[in-house]
Structure formats: structure tokens, C-alpha cells
Design a protein around this ligand. Structure first.
Ligand SMILES: Nc1nc2c(c(=O)[nH]1)N[C@H]1C(S)=C(S)[C@@H](COP(=O)(O)OP(=O)(O)OC[C@H]3O[C@@H](n4cnc5c(=O)[nH]c(N)nc54)[C@H](O)[C@@H]3O)O[C@H]1N2
Ligand SMILES: Nc1nc2c(c(=O)[nH]1)N[C@H]1C(S)=C(S)[C@@H](COP(=O)(O)OP(=O)(O)OC[C@H]3O[C@@H](n4cnc5c(=O)[nH]c(N)nc54)[C@H](O)[C@@H]3O)O[C@H]1N2
Ligand SMILES: [Mo]
Length: 658
């Protein structure tokens, strides 16, 4: 960062950085602009007599602590809920603090992005491997073939493969002889750089994977490996039996030759890694597709093996050194919240779809929102946003003003990324390398912003609860808090602080040992998933439907609800064929409708989309919010995940110009 006093003038890449290799993405480059936004939060605020007003830290903390304690005394701990969003996951100390808060007060009302993003991964991994949330990762140096399903890393960069320099990494991989294939109804920026692209009708990827598995189990599977390390091979064979070449190509709307070419590429590679993204986890068949992607890796003898996919145990947590039990075949799950018992909890969370009902039932009376923009990210905006307004306490910890802050009762401005010392921690097990990086604070906090850990610690003192045993918040600093977390996991902070970046070689084989010893081999056909696959057959039509199918897409200059650059306006993207059929014109204002609501945006033709699909990218607020179209009632029966991909919508003209 080039600084002029406290002003960020320029962001440049570090050419010598072993991970980024001199690359930055638009999100990183916009960090200065984000820091200096006009609408940033600088002082605490409190709602009194219906109005949100600036106040002192003393007053906001006293009031919030008294209200939270009152709710816990009267309705029990479940009355206090938490939500952690994208801004919270990036703050190592903050994330750890929120977990301590949840655990110490003992509330089950934990919500997060997990259940509106990729909870299918958590559950499918539990069922197949016994380990929750395990994400096999391509080894960029040695994987022979990478199949991207429903992910566009050239734009999104993260969450799936976490490619820090995606185009360079893909170029290097192809140069070293690895094959890159993409399954996506859109010819994405990633697909344009791959060896092959399959564009099935949305939501039917499982048929493509099912076809590959079916054929490999006839010829090309690693049978010796399966005999030693897997169970349920016969049940898997039965489950995918209906995906013959003819049927799979008909229901997916594909040329059979494409599937044969794909199969030949898979057989040639031998080992491979399947990287799935939100295009998979947000669709109706999310769990099943996730399962079959794990099964495809197992069938090719690629899971946790050289040349295939490895599993990062996290450089800080080191799951490979921990002793924990394997999840049962049905996965870990706990009862759902009382108002929506059918929405089972997963990974310590209740599904976000339950929030409006839990508030209406009076079970959820306070929400602590850490780095999440609930107005934008939750399904069925009308219902969710109105419900949040009914809360007695809506405490928002953020750095910027937005429509979630507008309805808060307490606003607690926290230090931004540049104002706090921090380290990679929460998501380190999904990195493509075993790496930890420390960064000191670069600038002083603006206004009265405080560290999240400090704010929670202060609340604890007022509530008579110690959230951080052994840590003195009165003398604490960001560095001391990081040292406190690292000590819990047996690491030395001083070493990290001095080196700034520690990279270690990948650890391969630890999951295999776990699965052999504690599970008795990969469970290739978990009962609940085989049942879901069976049920999907009823929806498999070989006819093109007349409805348009809404699918997600990330924008390059937008980071969820953060607009980074006006080059990315709020548009609806449609194929020219569909535009013609609907009698629309590019550049006009269109109204997109679903059974849940409507949204109006400007129309743009995009022939990289498969005809029949439509994109209304997420991240826009208020009238432009795509979540006006999504719902809280149709949810996945196993995970409680809402349908963000695969929704039927219609489009009509609204006005000749935007
Ligand atoms: N229809 C539809 N809905 C979706 C999606 C979709 O594709 N379609 N995507 C879903 C997915 S995958 C996700 S992850 C969610 C994302 O939903 P959110 O997690 O709500 O995502 P962001 O918009 O990134 O919100 C981050 C918030 O954190 C704040 N913030 C940024 N930095 C900091 C910080 O350092 N400290 C604090 N305290 N706050 C900070 C920002 O100002 C912002 O208000 O949305 C989900 N919702
Ligand atoms: N620039 C930018 N980067 C981001 C974000 C952002 O908002 N902007 N958000 C961040 C977050 S929170 C997340 S979770 C990640 C998400 O990262 P990704 O999962 O890579 O998200 P997308 O780039 O939307 O890619 C999803 C792809 O799925 C495809 N798709 C939709 N439906 C289907 C389907 O049924 N089958 C198949 N096979 N494909 C389908 C879409 O066409 C799209 O190309 O990105 C992160 N990075
Ligand atoms: Mo996400």
C-alpha cells in the first residue's frame, strides 16, 4: 500500500510473494476506496425514541449489555442469536471472539453465511468421509485433471479452489499437462480458458457426473484402490445406473459426443480433482452433486492422493493431529429451531431460512450481526427484512452504512482490515497451500472504531461473563489477542510475527488414514443422498421448459454487497434467443418475477449463457435485490439451504429506458 499519511493512494502487488506471485484482483485493488468510503461508520449509535443517533461507547455498551442480559434471563440464551458474514470471517480475532461468545452464553441460535452458501459441502463430506466440511483441493503442481463445476474462479477467485492468481495458475497447469474442464450453463471466463466445456441445463450436473461414474465402473476405475479403501461400490453402481449416455445427454440437453469426449479425457487423466462452487451448492440437487463429485474422485483413486486432490488440514488447526470421532452415515445433525423443526441444524448453525419464523414465534429476540449485510444476503427480502425490524435488539458490528445498519438498535463500528493486526485463520483449511500470514495494522482506526474482540470483552464485563478466560482485555492489544488464539492451538506468535509468512508442504494421506480406521472406507453411497438422487428422477424431463431459470453469477467489480466500481452496473443477463422470444430489447428496463416477488433492472444480452437461463446477480440492495425473488419455504430437506439457483422466473418489459 502506498500511503500519504492515513490516506491509501495506491495498492500494488508484491512480486516476490510466493502465493499471489505479483497478482491482485479488483477486490484487493479496491481496498483503499473501501476504506475511504463516505458512508463509513465511525461512531457508535443507539436507537432511542425510534431514531438512530450517535452516542458514546459507554452508553451503547451499557445499554446493549443490559438488554442482552435481560433477554437471557427472561427467555433463555436462545433469545440471543448471532450472524457472522463475509466481513466477520476475515477477522481472525473477531471470529474467535464470536465463537467464544456463542459457547459461553450457550445459545443454539447461531446463523451464518454457511447456510446460504455451501452447506451441501459440509453435509456431503460428513456422509462420505465422516469429516464435516472437508474440501478436497486440487494440487496446482501435480493434479492431472481439474473439473470445475458451478464455479468461475477467474472472476470469484475464492471459496472453491482459492486461486490467488487464477489465470496464471490455469495457464501453468495446462502447460504442465493437466487437463481443465468446466461444467457450467454459462461459457464463463474460466470455461473460455479450459480444454473442455460442458453446458448442461442448470441443476442437472449430477447426471453428467453419474454418467462418468457409471462408465468408469465398467472401465477405467481404480478397482484395486476401491477394494481397499471404499464401501458401497455396488450401491453406487445401482444409484447411477440410469445415467446411460442416451439418458444423461437427453436430460442435460447435451450432444452425446461431448459426454464421450469428456469421459475419454477423464479416463486419460486417471486421477483428478473436482472443484465445486455456488452453482452446485445453491441448486436443488446440491447435496447429490456434491456427493457424486466426491464419488468421482474416489472411483478414480484420486481422493487424498498425489495427482488427485489433497485435503488441507489447516496450518493453524492441524485437523490431521486432532482426535475426533467420525460422523455417522446420516451426518451430524441437531434438531432444528422450534418454529421450523424440519430445518435441521448443521455445522453448529441453524439454517438462515428459519430467521423470520424464529423472530415471529418470539424465540429470537436479539441478533448480534458481525460483518454481514442481512438485508442483501438473506432469502425472501420482504419477509426477512420485515422480521428483523421486529427484533428488540439488532446489534450491528460493521464498517459501512447500509440498509441493515438502518434498522439496527445498536451500531458498533469495528476496525477495518487495514486498521487491525490480523492473520489468516478461519478459512485456512480451504487454501491451496499450508500457509499462515500475519499483517500488522497499517493505519490508525478512523473515528472511534474498536476491535471486535475488545467490544465483546467489554460487553462480557458488563454482563458478568468472561468470554476470554486468561486474557486481560484492559491491557490487551490486537497482537496479544492473536497470540492468545495461537497459543490455544499450540503455535508461537512471535515466530509468525517475525516471519510474517509461513508456508509448509501439503500433507497428503491423513484423511485416507482417518477414513480407513474410523469409517471403514469412503462411504460411496450414503443412504440419505442415494434417496435424494432417486427422488430427483421425477423432475428429469427431456423437454426444454418454457420458463426461464434463474442462476447465480458473481460480478467482477462487486464483492457481495460491496460495489467496487461502476463498470459493473445492476443488469439482468439473458441469451439473445430468449430476449427475442420475450419481445424484449437490450437496454430496456425489465421486470423479473417469481412466485415470491419481483425486481426491476436493465437488460443486457449475454450469449455466453445457455438459452433458458437468466442471471440477476446478487449483492444489490433495496429495489434491485435479487432476494426479492427467492423464498424461505422451499428448502433442502437435509440442510435447510434455500434455492438460489434453479428458480423459475418470468420477464416482461417495465420501461423503454433504464
Ligand atoms: N440470491 C442470492 N443470495 C445470496 C447469494 C447469491 O449468490 N444469491 N450469495 C450468498 C453468499 S455465497 C454469501 S457468502 C452471502 C454474503 O452475504 P454477506 O456476508 O452479508 O456479504 P457481504 O455483502 O460481503 O457483507 C459483508 C458485510 O461486512 C462488512 N464488513 C466488511 N469488512 C468488515 C470488517 O472488517 N469488519 C466488520 N465488522 N464488517 C466488515 C461490510 O460492510 C458488509 O456490510 O450472500 C448470500 N446471498
Ligand atoms: N468478484 C467477486 N468475487 C467473489 C464474490 C463476489 O461477489 N464478487 N463473492 C465471494 C463469495 S461469498 C463466494 S461464495 C464465491 C463464489 O464463487 P463461485 O462459486 O465461483 O461463484 P460464481 O463466480 O458465481 O460461479 C458460479 C457459477 O455457477 C454457474 N451455475 C449456476 N447454476 C449452475 C448449475 O446448476 N450447474 C452448474 N454446473 N453451474 C451453475 C454460474 O453460471 C456461475 O458461472 O465468490 C467469492 N468471490
Ligand atoms: Mo459466499
Amino acid at each position: 500500500m502506498e500511503l500519504d499519511g492515513e490516506q491509501i493512494v495506491k495498492v500494488r502487488a508484491d512480486e516476490d510473494h510466493p502465493v499471489s506471485r505479483g497478482y491482485t484482483c479488483p477486490k484487493g485493488r479496491a481496498i483503499g476506496m473501501d476504506q475511504h468510503r463516505l458512508e463509513r461508520l465511525e461512531v457508535p449509535m443507539i436507537r432511542e425514541n425510534g431514531e438512530l443517533r450517535p452516542t458514546s461507547w459507554e452508553h451503547v455498551l451499557d445499554d446493549l449489555a443490559a438488554k442482552l442480559s435481560g433477554i437471557i434471563d427472561k427467555s433463555g440464551a436462545r433469545g440471543v442469536g448471532t450472524f457472522i458474514g463475509g466481513g466477520g470471517f476475515l477477522d481472525a480475532s473477531g471470529f474467535y471472539s464470536l465463537l467464544s461468545f456463542l459457547k459461553t452464553i450457550g445459545t443454539p441460535s447461531a446463523y451464518s453465511d454457511m447456510t446460504i452458501d455451501s452447506v451441501a459441502k459440509v453435509v456431503a463430506a460428513e456422509m462420505v468421509t465422516g469429516i464435516s466440511g472437508l474440501e478436497p483441493r486440487a494440487d496446482l503442481q501435480s493434479t492431472r485433471m481439474v473439473i470445475f463445476v458451478g464455479t468461475n474462479p477467474v472472476i470469484s477467485h475464492t471459496r472453491t479452489i482459492q486461486m490467488h492468481a487464477p489465470t496464471a495458475a490455469m495457464r501453468d497447469m495446462r502447460a504442465q499437462g493437466s487437463a481443465l474442464w468446466v461444467i457450467d450453463p454459462r461459457r464463463t471466463e474460466t470455461a473460455q480458458r479450459a480444454d473442455g466445456h460442458i453446458a448442461p441445463r442448470p441443476g442437472l450436473d449430477y447426471a453428467v457426473l453419474g454418467f462418468l461414474i457409471r462408465e468408469l465402473l465398467i472401465e477405467g476405475a481404480d478397482f484395486e484402490y476401491l477394494a481397499r479403501h471404499a464401501q458401497g461400490v455396488d450401491q453406487l453402481r445401482v444409484a447411477v445406473d440410469r445415467f446411460t449416455l442416451a439418458r444423461a445427454s437427453a436430460i442435460c440437453g447435451l450432444d452425446p459426443q461431448q459426454l464421450l469426449d469428456f469421459l475419454a479425457a477423464v479416463r486419460k487423466a486417471g486421477r483428478l480433482s473436482v472443484e465445486t462452487g455456488t452453482g452446485v451448492t445453491m441448486q436443488r440437487a446440491g447435496n447429490v452433486t456434491q456427493w457424486l463429485s466426491l464419488a468421482l474422485m474416489a472411483v478414480t483413486g484420486s481422493l487424498d492422493r498425489e495427482g488427485g486432490a489433497w485435503v488441507n488440514p489447516g496450518r493453524i488447526m492441524r485437523k490431521d493431529k486432532m482426535d475426533f470421532p467420525a460422523a455417522p452415515e446420516e451426518g451430524w445433525n441437531r434438531p432444528g429451531p422450534e418454529s421450523r423443526p424440519e430445518l435441521r441444524g448443521t455445522h453448529g448453525d441453524y439454517p438462515c431460512a428459519a430467521i423470520p419464523d424464529e423472530i415471529a414465534a418470539g424465540h429470537l429476540r436479539a441478533m448480534v450481526v458481525f460483518g454481514g449485510n442481512l438485508e442483501v444476503c438473506l432469502p425472501e427480502t420482504g419477509r426477512s427484512y420485515e422480521a428483523l425490524k421486529q427484533l428488540e435488539v439488532m446489534a450491528v458490528f460493521d464498517v459501512n452504512q447500509n440498509r441493515t445498519v438502518d434498522i439496527a438498535t445498536h451500531v458498533l463500528p469495528t476496525k477495518s482490515q487495514l486498521e487491525r493486526a490480523d492473520m489468516t485463520f478461519v478459512t485456512d483449511s480451504s487454501f491451496p497451500l499450508m500457509v499462515t500470514q500475519y499483517t500488522p495494522a497499517l493505519i490508525e482506526p478512523v473515528g472511534q472504531r474498536k476491535a471486535f474482540w475488545w467490544i465483546l470483552g467489554q460487553l462480557g464485563q458488563r454482563m458478568g461473563i468472561d468470554f476470554f478466560p486468561g486474557f486481560d482485555i484492559d491491557t490487551g492489544t490486537d497482537d496479544r489477542f492473536l497470540a492468545y488464539i495461537l497459543a490455544i492451538f499450540g503455535h508461537d506468535f512471535e515466530e509468525l510475527k517475525e516471519k510474517r509468512l509461513i508456508v509448509e508442504p501439503p500433507i497428503i494421506g491423513w484423511v485416507q488414514r482417518f477414513v480407513d480406521q474410523k469409517v471403514g472406507g469412503w462411504r460411496l453411497a450414503p443412504g440419505p443422498l442415494a434417496e435424494q438422487l432417486q427422488q430427483l428422477e421425477a423432475r428429469e424431463s427431456v423437454e426444454d421448459s418454457d420458463s426461464l431459470i434463474l442462476i447465480p453469477r458473481r460480478q467482477k467489480f462487486h464483492e457481495n454487497s460491496k460495489l467496487l466500481d461502476l463498470r459493473d452496473p445492476p443488469q439482468v443477463f439473458m441469451h439473445s434467443r430468449d430476449v427475442r422470444i420475450a419481445g424484449l430489447k437490450e437496454g430496456e428496463l425489465v421486470r423479473v418475477r417469481s412466485v415470491n416477488g419481483e425486481v426491476q433492472r436493465c437488460l443486457k444480452i449475454d450469449d455466453t449463457l445457455r438459452a433458458g437461463c437468466i442471471n440477476v446477480p446478487h449483492g444489490w440492495s433495496d429495489e434491485l435485490n435479487v432476494n426479492r425473488l427467492t423464498g424461505t419455504s422451499e428448502v433442502d430437506p437435509i440442510t435447510g439451504m434455500v434455492l438460489y439457483s434453479g428458480l423459475e422466473v418470468s420477464v416482461e418489459p417495465a420501461a423503454p429506458d433504464c
